[in-house]
Design a binder for this molecule. Structure first.
Ligand code: 5AD
Ligand code: SF4
Length: 439
């Protein structure tokens, strides 16, 4: 069978990156496709979309505009849209962008070979976003790197934070059976992968839907035993389920890295309640303190939303205060974006764009100084990094991460890729560190 060229454009979070690896894997194994980068050479272009904020959606529709030109030149080109926008909008995507031939969902990627064959053979337009809930295990995955791999341990989310579309686009929480995750990790170890990152919208509630057979700390203990794997990371952790048991697991399991992404969203209990986050700031701070007592070197990052409906100046000041108290290694900062269907979109007290921007800028500069100071405090220290690959800008340079997830660039030969090496930090930058190899 003649191979067809496939290009995939991915937007959004790591879960989407992972799903794109699955799209590529399934279509290579079962559809006769070859993955390429050049859109001009592609016979099929698939967009894996994100709808977390309005801007993410706008990007997709402007890309679809560009692809329309490409389809003018090459009328046989097939354009497909999957991911969160597709799941939510379905056929409305085709109404808005008639150049689209196929709309598929976040939970039916396994159907793609069949759906694309139908589109091509019957010259049909197809919308299928029906989730395949009975089997959530991925089949084929075409991974990008050779050192680090993502593994989804669960799908969906049951939390319904008032601002968030994810529960509507990715459905209810469903955990994968632990033995299947373990098997996947063993296979990765055999292929030579050294680091795994476990993915889920809320990994801390892993297993809650598996009749209490296993929880997240137990899963970490299970995977810590897989020979060949040297580092284990995980994202994202919801503070309400971040437990002492997890802190203990992080402290005691040697492969689990001292790094956690623990989104707080806001420093005000009033906003917290309106966001339906189900924890109080005091408890959050307390948990971070417990973590730091056990693991003083732990890297801690967070997500912050500014301008959530009802956010007063005093609430915002509490967020600034919290950031000063915790001193995050880094944060991902967002201006609140009203999403259709979510409760917060119709809350009173929507904050105007200028105030959002002003608050955004204030937090950004506060966090920048904290991040830089933290990085500077590492100058002169010795750290273990896992070398991930060559630096993108300079092939003589290697890049890797410390256990607590700081990016380090260092001179060295390609033969070190996939190895753990000790380096001395010689200079701090804002978002990375310069290191020197020690022998
Ligand atoms: N507006 C702004 N930020 C949002 N996030 C999720 N939904 C929205 C929204 N409607 C942010 C949260 C979440 C991260 C992945 O994206 O901070 O943790
Ligand atoms: Fe969205 Fe909240 Fe679920 Fe995270 S935990 S995916 S922010 S609803």
């Amino acid at each position: 069978m003649e191979q067809k060229n496939l290009a995939i454009i991915t937007y959004g979070c790591q879960m989407n990156e992972y799903d794109s690896e699955m799209v590529a894997g399934v279509l290579q194994a079962q559809g006769g496709y070859r993955l390429i980068d050049d859109l001009e050479q592609a016979q099929v272009i698939l967009l894996n979309t994100c709808s977390i904020r309005e801007k993410a959606e706008q990007k997709v529709f402007s890309e679809l505009g560009r692809l329309k030109q490409l389809k003018h030149k090459n009328p046989d080109l097939i354009i497909g849209v999957g991911g969160c926008i597709a799941q939510r909008e379905g056929y409305r995507i085709m109404e808005r962008s008639p150049q689209v031939d196929l709309v598929f969902g976040t939970r039916n990627i396994k159907l793609l070979p069949q759906l694309l064959a139908e589109v091509i053979n019957k010259k049909a337009k197809i919308v299928n976003t029906e989730p395949l809930l009975e089997d959530i295990n991925p089949t084929y995955i075409e991974r990008k790197g050779k050192v680090k791999a993502w593994i989804s341990i669960m799908q969906g989310c049951n939390n319904f934070c008032a601002y968030c579309v994810v529960p509507y686009t990715r459905g209810p929480q469903q955990s994968r059976p632990s033995w299947q995750i373990e098997q996947e990790v063993k296979d990765l170890a055999q292929q030579g992968f050294k680091e795994i990152t476990l993915l889920g919208q809320n990994v801390n509630s892993y297993g809650q839907d598996l009749n209490g057979e296993i929880d997240f700390p137990d899963l970490l203990a299970l995977l810590n035993q897989v020979e060949g794997i040297e580092r284990i990371r995980f994202v994202t952790s919801h503070p309400k389920d971040f437990s002492e048991r997890l802190i203990k697991a992080m402290a005691e399991l040697p492969k689990v890295c001292e790094s956690i992404h623990l989104p707080v969203q806001s420093g005000s209990n009033y906003i917290m309640e309106r966001m339906n986050r189900k924890y109080r700031i005091e408890d959050y701070v307390d948990k971070v303190e417990q973590l730091r007592t056990r693991l003083p070197q732990a890297g801690i990052t967070s997500d912050i939303i500014v301008g959530f409906p009802g956010e007063r100046e005093e609430d915002f000041c509490q967020t600034e205060e919290l950031i000063r108290t915790i001193e995050y290694d880094n944060i991902f900062l967002f201006k609140y974006s009203a999403r259709p269907e979510t409760p917060a979109a119709s809350f009173p007290g929507q904050v105007n764009e200028n105030i959002k921007q002003e608050r955004f800028n204030r937090i950004l500069s506060l966090q920048k100084s904290i991040t830089f100071e933290k990085n500077q405090s590492l100058e002169g220290s010795v750290q273990e990094i896992l070398v991930e690959g060559g630096s993108k800008k300079n092939p003589e340079r290697l890049t890797g991460r410390t256990r607590n997830n700081k990016i380090v660039n260092v001179d060295g030969s390609d033969s070190l890729i996939g190895k753990k090496v000790m380096i001395k930090i010689v200079r701090a930058k804002l978002y990375s560190l310069e290191g020197q190899l020690l022998n």
